[in-house]
Design a protein around this ligand. Structure first.
Ligand code: BV8
Length: 253
C-alpha cells in the first residue's frame, strides 16, 4: 500500500534547495528500540524517563542509571537501521542540502549511511567522566558499576544530555540555523515535547518552510505543521522518497 503523501509536499521536497529533518525515538521503533516512554518497562517501569535521565538520578543511584543505559546501549548495538533511516540517508543524496537533526542517541542514522548527523542529545556510543565532564575512550574492567574514570577515578556516565543539562551549543546552533533557512522541515517520530528540540518545527514554520509531521498519532504539534502523515515511518518515508524521485526507484522499504 503506497501511503498517501500530499502532492504539494512531494513537489516542494523535490524542488527544495535545503531541507531539515528532526527525528525522535519513533524513527528507531521499527528497529526494535523502545521509544523513550516505552523504555520504562521492567526494572524501570515505576519511574518516569525524567527521573532516570538526570544527573540527580545518577547521583542518587549511579548503578541503576548506568545499567539502564548499558541495557539501551546493548539494544542499540544489536539493532539494525530500518527503511526510515535508509530513506533519510537516500533523501540527503537528492536534496542539495539536507540537515539531519536527531534527538536519538542510538547511532542508527549513521549506520544507515547518513553523514554529519546533528546529535542534539549525545550518543550512547560514548561515555564521559561524571566528575571532569570529558569523554573517555574506555575503562579497565575492575568490576565497578559504573566503571571508574581511568584518570581521576570518578564514576563514568553515558555521553548523553540529561534533563536539566544544556545541549551541546554547536549542535543546537547548527540545528537552529538549519530550521531557520530550510525550504522543507520534516519532524519524524517525536512527541515534540522535549525542549529545546521541540521548538525547531515552529521556528521553521514561522520562517516560511513547508512543514510535515510523520508519526503514528497526532501530537500536540499537529496544528503547527502544514501536513501530518500518519503511519509507521518505515513505510511513510520510503513512500515520500519514491513519490518525490520516482525515476530512481531505489528507495528501500
Ligand atoms: C535544556 C537523551 C537548558 C537521554 C533526552 C521549556 C519548556 C518546558 C520544559 C523545558 C523547557 N526548557 C527546558 C525544559 C526542561 C526539559 C524538557 O524539555 N522537559 C520536558 C519533559 C518538558 N528540557 C531539558 O532539560 C533540556 N535541557 O533545555 O537545557 C536548561 C538547563 C538547566 C535547567 C533547565 C533548562 C534537555 C533535554 C534532553 C533530555 N534528553 N535524551 C536519553 O536518551 O536517555 S530527551 C529524550 O526524550 C529522547 O531524546 C527522546 O527523543 C525524547 C522524547 O522521548 P519520547 O517521547 O519517547 O520519544 P519521542 O518524543 O521521540 O516519542 C516517540 C514518538 O514516536 C511518539 O509520538 C510515537 O507516536 C512515535 N512513533 C512510535 N513509533 C513510530 C512513531 N512514529 C513513526 N513511526 C513509528 N514506527
Amino acid at each position: 500500500m503506497t501511503e498517501a503523501i500530499p502532492s504539494f509536499l512531494v513537489k516542494t521536497l523535490r524542488a527544495a534547495r535545503s531541507a531539515a529533518v528532526l527525528t525522535g525515538a519513533g524513527v528507531s521503533a521499527e528497529s526494535g528500540l523502545p521509544t523513550f516512554r516505552d523504555a520504562m518497562t521492567g526494572l524501570w517501569a515505576q519511574r518516569r524517563p525524567e527521573d532516570l535521565a538526570t544527573a540527580e538520578a545518577f547521583r542518587r543511584d549511579p548503578r541503576l542509571v548506568w545499567e539502564w543505559y548499558a541495557w539501551r546501549r546493548a539494544l542499540a548495538a544489536q539493532a539494525v537501521p530500518n527503511p526510515a533511516h535508509f530513506a533519510l540517508a537516500e533523501m540527503a543524496r537528492r536534496v542539495p542540502r539536507l540537515t539531519l537533526i536527531t534527538q536519538n542517541v542510538d547511532g542508527l542514522h549513521q549506520r544507515a549511511g547518513s553523514w554529519d548527523v546533528i546529535e542534539l542529545h549525545g550518543s550512547l556510543s560514548r561515555v564521559k567522566c561524571f566528575r571532569e565532564d570529558v569523554v573517555v575512550e574506555g575503562w579497565g574492567e575492575t568490576g565497578d558499576v559504573p566503571p571508574r574514570c581511568p584518570r581521576c577515578g570518578g564514576p563514568l556516565r553515558p555521553d548523553v544530555v540529561w534533563f536539566g543539562e544544556s545541549l551541546p551549543p554547536q549542535a543546537l546552533e547548527q540545528a537552529t540555523e538549519a530550521a531557520e533557512h530550510c525550504d522543507v522541515f520534516l519532524s519524524v517520530g517525536t512527541l515534540g515535547l522535549v525542549e529545546p528540540a521541540a521548538s525547531l518545527l515552529g521556528l521553521a514554520a514561522r520562517r516560511g518552510a513547508t512543514t510535515a509531521l510523520f508519526n503514528l498519532e497526532s501530537t500536540g504539534q499537529s496544528s503547527l505543521a502544514d501536513f501530518s502523515i500518519t503511519g509507521p515511518a518505515g513505510r511513510t518515508l520510503p513512500a515520500l522518497l519514491r513519490a518525490a524521485w520516482p525515476e530512481d526507484g531505489s528507495a528501500r522499504g
